[in-house]
Design a binder for this molecule. Structure first.
Ligand code: ZN
Ligand code: ZN
Length: 211
């Protein structure tokens, strides 16, 4: 049995750009057929206490909720999964993309380049030598031509393509997700699966089509 997990979303609790009411998140994710979600606020990683409280107040017992964070370097955004809270504090916004990726990976995190070809927040040529664990090629915030470019980039660099919603609106949760064959219960499980490329990108789940 495989698990469908959306790896990238923001809530209004810690991301000012998001309109998502965190208390509606789990019900929406379950309604979309997801088995789990990862909340990735900008420069903030939810504590386990916050996650426990959210799950406890939802109507879906034991729904899988994990937390990473999205780091904005001076050139490009990086999704970081698997750091301790005190390690997250070392990620001051606007740092050097290569140095910060190395720091996160040295600490054991799995790292995905968020919307790597998006016109608004692009990486520069350094991305070609950055050893990401995944390259996000589809989300609601990546235009179609940017998706094609991102997929080509992932193929050229031989880095697995990933898909996630990057939801900032409740209705976008689960628009894209990833399928995992590992049993994922914790961030440690997710980190290992991401590090080993044990996942499949799933296209627009809202329409039931995969690509
Ligand atoms: Zn945002
Ligand atoms: Zn994001």
């Amino acid at each position: 049995m495989s698990l469908l997990i959306d790896l990238h979303m923001h809530t209004r609790r810690h991301s000012r750009c998001s309109g998502i009411d965190e208390y509606a998140l789990i019900e929406e994710a379950a309604r979309k057929g997801l088995d789990g979600i990862v909340i990735t606020e900008h420069h903030y990683q939810w504590s386990q206490d916050e996650i426990d409280e959210l799950v406890a107040t939802s109507s879906v017992p034991n729904f899988l909720v994990l937390a990473g964070f999205e780091y904005s370097s001076s050139k490009g955004d990086i999704l970081i999964y698997g750091l301790e809270p005190e390690q997250v504090e070392a990620f001051v916004p606007g740092g050097d993309p290569e140095a910060m990726l190395k720091q996160a990976q040295d600490w054991g995190a799995a790292c995905i380049a968020a919307h790597p070809t998006r016109a608004a927040v692009p990486f520069d040529e350094r991305i070609t030598r950055m050893p990401f664990d995944g390259l996000e090629v589809q989300s609601v915030n990546i235009q179609h031509h940017e998706q094609r470019l991102a997929l080509k980039l992932a193929q050229n660099l031989d880095i697995p393509p990933t898909t996630a919603s990057d939801a900032h609106r409740l209705q976008d949760v689960g628009a894209y997700a990833m399928q995992f064959d590992d049993l994922i219960r914790t961030m440690a499980d997710l980190r290992v699966a991401l590090k080993h490329g044990r996942f499949q990108a799933v296209g627009n789940t809202a329409t039931g089509k995969s690509q």
